[in-house]
Ligand binder design. Structure first.
Ligand SMILES: [Zn+2]
Length: 206
Protein backbone atom coordinates (compact mmCIF):
# COMPACT_ATOMS: atom_id res chain seq x y z
CA UNK A 1 0.00 0.00 0.00
CA UNK A 2 1.20 3.48 -0.82
CA UNK A 3 2.33 5.62 2.06
CA UNK A 4 0.57 8.97 2.22
CA UNK A 5 2.27 11.54 0.00
CA UNK A 6 1.42 14.93 -1.43
CA UNK A 7 -0.75 14.71 -4.54
CA UNK A 8 -1.83 16.93 -7.42
CA UNK A 9 -4.88 14.87 -8.29
CA UNK A 10 -7.26 17.59 -7.09
CA UNK A 11 -6.98 19.79 -10.16
CA UNK A 12 -6.40 23.12 -8.38
CA UNK A 13 -4.17 24.45 -5.60
CA UNK A 14 -7.21 24.79 -3.32
CA UNK A 15 -8.30 21.17 -3.80
CA UNK A 16 -4.76 19.80 -3.59
CA UNK A 17 -4.52 21.65 -0.29
CA UNK A 18 -7.53 19.91 1.25
CA UNK A 19 -6.03 16.60 0.08
CA UNK A 20 -3.17 17.09 2.53
CA UNK A 21 -5.26 15.10 4.98
CA UNK A 22 -5.51 11.46 3.90
CA UNK A 23 -6.87 8.15 5.01
CA UNK A 24 -4.23 5.49 5.54
CA UNK A 25 -4.80 2.07 7.12
CA UNK A 26 -7.74 3.18 9.21
CA UNK A 27 -6.02 6.37 10.33
CA UNK A 28 -6.43 9.99 9.32
CA UNK A 29 -2.99 11.34 8.43
CA UNK A 30 -2.29 15.07 8.41
CA UNK A 31 0.52 15.67 5.91
CA UNK A 32 0.96 19.31 7.01
CA UNK A 33 1.89 18.42 10.58
CA UNK A 34 4.95 20.67 10.90
CA UNK A 35 6.12 24.00 9.43
CA UNK A 36 8.75 22.02 7.47
CA UNK A 37 6.01 19.90 5.93
CA UNK A 38 4.23 23.07 4.75
CA UNK A 39 7.45 24.28 3.11
CA UNK A 40 7.86 20.89 1.40
CA UNK A 41 4.25 20.94 0.20
CA UNK A 42 4.77 24.40 -1.32
CA UNK A 43 7.91 23.22 -3.11
CA UNK A 44 5.86 20.28 -4.43
CA UNK A 45 3.12 22.63 -5.63
CA UNK A 46 5.69 24.86 -7.35
CA UNK A 47 7.26 21.87 -9.05
CA UNK A 48 3.82 20.73 -10.21
CA UNK A 49 3.05 24.17 -11.65
CA UNK A 50 0.24 24.85 -9.18
CA UNK A 51 2.07 27.76 -7.57
CA UNK A 52 3.84 30.44 -9.56
CA UNK A 53 7.45 31.21 -8.66
CA UNK A 54 6.58 34.86 -7.90
CA UNK A 55 4.00 33.77 -5.32
CA UNK A 56 6.33 31.13 -3.92
CA UNK A 57 9.11 33.67 -3.43
CA UNK A 58 6.84 36.08 -1.56
CA UNK A 59 5.68 33.31 0.74
CA UNK A 60 9.13 31.79 1.27
CA UNK A 61 10.34 33.73 4.36
CA UNK A 62 7.56 32.21 6.51
CA UNK A 63 6.68 31.85 9.35
CA UNK A 64 4.51 28.74 9.01
CA UNK A 65 2.27 28.26 12.01
CA UNK A 66 0.12 25.30 11.01
CA UNK A 67 -2.96 25.73 13.23
CA UNK A 68 -4.76 28.21 10.97
CA UNK A 69 -3.96 26.15 7.88
CA UNK A 70 -5.45 23.07 9.48
CA UNK A 71 -8.54 24.99 10.62
CA UNK A 72 -9.00 26.46 7.14
CA UNK A 73 -8.65 23.00 5.57
CA UNK A 74 -11.30 21.64 7.97
CA UNK A 75 -13.62 24.57 7.14
CA UNK A 76 -13.34 23.95 3.39
CA UNK A 77 -14.03 20.24 3.85
CA UNK A 78 -17.01 21.08 6.05
CA UNK A 79 -18.36 23.40 3.35
CA UNK A 80 -18.01 20.64 0.73
CA UNK A 81 -19.82 18.23 3.07
CA UNK A 82 -22.70 20.71 3.30
CA UNK A 83 -21.86 21.79 6.84
CA UNK A 84 -21.29 25.49 6.03
CA UNK A 85 -23.82 27.49 3.95
CA UNK A 86 -22.44 29.02 0.74
CA UNK A 87 -22.85 32.64 1.90
CA UNK A 88 -21.10 31.94 5.19
CA UNK A 89 -18.27 30.23 3.34
CA UNK A 90 -17.91 33.21 0.97
CA UNK A 91 -17.71 35.52 4.01
CA UNK A 92 -15.07 33.29 5.61
CA UNK A 93 -13.02 33.35 2.39
CA UNK A 94 -13.30 37.13 1.98
CA UNK A 95 -12.17 37.66 5.58
CA UNK A 96 -9.22 35.35 5.04
CA UNK A 97 -8.08 37.30 1.96
CA UNK A 98 -8.58 40.61 3.79
CA UNK A 99 -5.96 39.65 6.40
CA UNK A 100 -3.32 39.53 3.68
CA UNK A 101 -4.54 41.22 0.50
CA UNK A 102 -3.31 39.99 -2.86
CA UNK A 103 -1.68 41.77 -5.78
CA UNK A 104 -1.98 40.61 -9.38
CA UNK A 105 0.43 40.24 -12.20
CA UNK A 106 0.06 39.13 -15.81
CA UNK A 107 2.60 36.45 -16.66
CA UNK A 108 3.32 34.73 -19.92
CA UNK A 109 4.36 31.12 -20.21
CA UNK A 110 3.88 28.26 -22.67
CA UNK A 111 0.13 28.26 -21.91
CA UNK A 112 -0.19 31.94 -22.84
CA UNK A 113 -0.82 35.05 -20.76
CA UNK A 114 -2.57 34.59 -17.46
CA UNK A 115 -3.20 36.53 -14.31
CA UNK A 116 -1.55 35.29 -11.14
CA UNK A 117 -2.31 36.31 -7.57
CA UNK A 118 0.67 37.24 -5.42
CA UNK A 119 0.31 37.49 -1.64
CA UNK A 120 1.49 40.66 0.10
CA UNK A 121 2.55 38.77 3.20
CA UNK A 122 4.86 35.80 3.58
CA UNK A 123 4.23 32.52 5.34
CA UNK A 124 0.94 31.06 6.47
CA UNK A 125 -0.96 34.35 6.18
CA UNK A 126 -0.08 34.84 2.55
CA UNK A 127 -0.70 31.19 1.76
CA UNK A 128 -4.16 31.32 3.34
CA UNK A 129 -4.99 34.30 1.13
CA UNK A 130 -3.96 32.42 -2.00
CA UNK A 131 -5.97 29.37 -0.97
CA UNK A 132 -9.02 31.43 -0.03
CA UNK A 133 -8.81 33.28 -3.34
CA UNK A 134 -8.71 29.97 -5.21
CA UNK A 135 -11.82 28.81 -3.36
CA UNK A 136 -13.55 32.17 -3.94
CA UNK A 137 -12.95 31.69 -7.65
CA UNK A 138 -14.24 28.13 -7.54
CA UNK A 139 -17.39 28.99 -5.58
CA UNK A 140 -18.24 32.05 -7.68
CA UNK A 141 -17.56 30.28 -11.00
CA UNK A 142 -19.51 27.19 -9.93
CA UNK A 143 -16.43 24.96 -10.21
CA UNK A 144 -16.75 24.16 -6.49
CA UNK A 145 -19.92 22.23 -7.39
CA UNK A 146 -17.70 19.88 -9.37
CA UNK A 147 -15.41 19.23 -6.40
CA UNK A 148 -16.21 15.55 -5.78
CA UNK A 149 -15.22 13.14 -3.08
CA UNK A 150 -13.58 9.87 -4.09
CA UNK A 151 -16.13 7.05 -4.09
CA UNK A 152 -13.79 4.58 -2.42
CA UNK A 153 -15.47 4.69 1.02
CA UNK A 154 -12.74 5.70 3.47
CA UNK A 155 -10.69 7.78 1.00
CA UNK A 156 -10.75 11.48 1.90
CA UNK A 157 -9.57 12.79 -1.49
CA UNK A 158 -11.44 15.41 -3.46
CA UNK A 159 -10.99 16.20 -7.14
CA UNK A 160 -12.51 18.42 -9.79
CA UNK A 161 -14.98 16.40 -11.83
CA UNK A 162 -16.12 18.83 -14.51
CA UNK A 163 -17.53 16.06 -16.75
CA UNK A 164 -19.38 14.38 -13.90
CA UNK A 165 -17.91 10.99 -14.79
CA UNK A 166 -14.89 10.55 -12.56
CA UNK A 167 -15.43 8.23 -9.59
CA UNK A 168 -12.05 7.81 -7.99
CA UNK A 169 -9.18 10.04 -6.99
CA UNK A 170 -6.76 7.70 -8.74
CA UNK A 171 -7.18 4.64 -10.91
CA UNK A 172 -3.90 3.27 -9.50
CA UNK A 173 -5.12 3.16 -5.94
CA UNK A 174 -8.82 3.64 -5.21
CA UNK A 175 -10.10 2.69 -8.69
CA UNK A 176 -8.23 -0.60 -8.70
CA UNK A 177 -9.21 -1.35 -5.15
CA UNK A 178 -12.88 -0.91 -6.00
CA UNK A 179 -12.59 -2.99 -9.16
CA UNK A 180 -10.74 -5.76 -7.35
CA UNK A 181 -13.31 -5.73 -4.54
CA UNK A 182 -16.13 -6.07 -7.09
CA UNK A 183 -14.25 -8.79 -8.93
CA UNK A 184 -13.71 -10.69 -5.69
CA UNK A 185 -17.37 -10.32 -4.68
CA UNK A 186 -18.47 -11.63 -8.08
CA UNK A 187 -16.15 -14.65 -7.93
CA UNK A 188 -17.34 -15.43 -4.44
CA UNK A 189 -21.00 -15.13 -5.52
CA UNK A 190 -20.58 -17.41 -8.52
CA UNK A 191 -18.59 -19.91 -6.48
CA UNK A 192 -15.57 -19.64 -8.77
CA UNK A 193 -13.26 -18.80 -5.93
CA UNK A 194 -13.79 -21.02 -2.90
CA UNK A 195 -10.18 -21.02 -1.82
CA UNK A 196 -8.71 -18.96 0.97
CA UNK A 197 -8.37 -15.82 -1.09
CA UNK A 198 -6.74 -13.04 0.88
CA UNK A 199 -9.36 -10.32 1.07
CA UNK A 200 -6.72 -7.65 1.54
CA UNK A 201 -4.71 -8.70 -1.49
CA UNK A 202 -6.17 -5.90 -3.58
CA UNK A 203 -5.22 -3.25 -1.08
CA UNK A 204 -1.78 -4.49 -0.14
CA UNK A 205 -0.70 -4.75 -3.77
CA UNK A 206 -0.79 -0.97 -4.07
ZN1 LIG B 1 -9.53 7.80 -3.44
Amino acid sequence: MKLPTFTVLGGTLGIDFINTVQHHRGQTVNLLNTPDAVVRWLAFMRHAGRLHAASGETLAPGPWPIERLIRFRADVRLFLDGGIPRDDFLTLLARTVAISPLTFRAVEDEEGVRLIAIPTRPGTQGLLSLLAFDWLNMVVSGAANAASRCQNGPCLAYFLDLQGRRKWCSMDTCGNRQKNARHYARRKWTGVDKGGHDHDAAGSSN
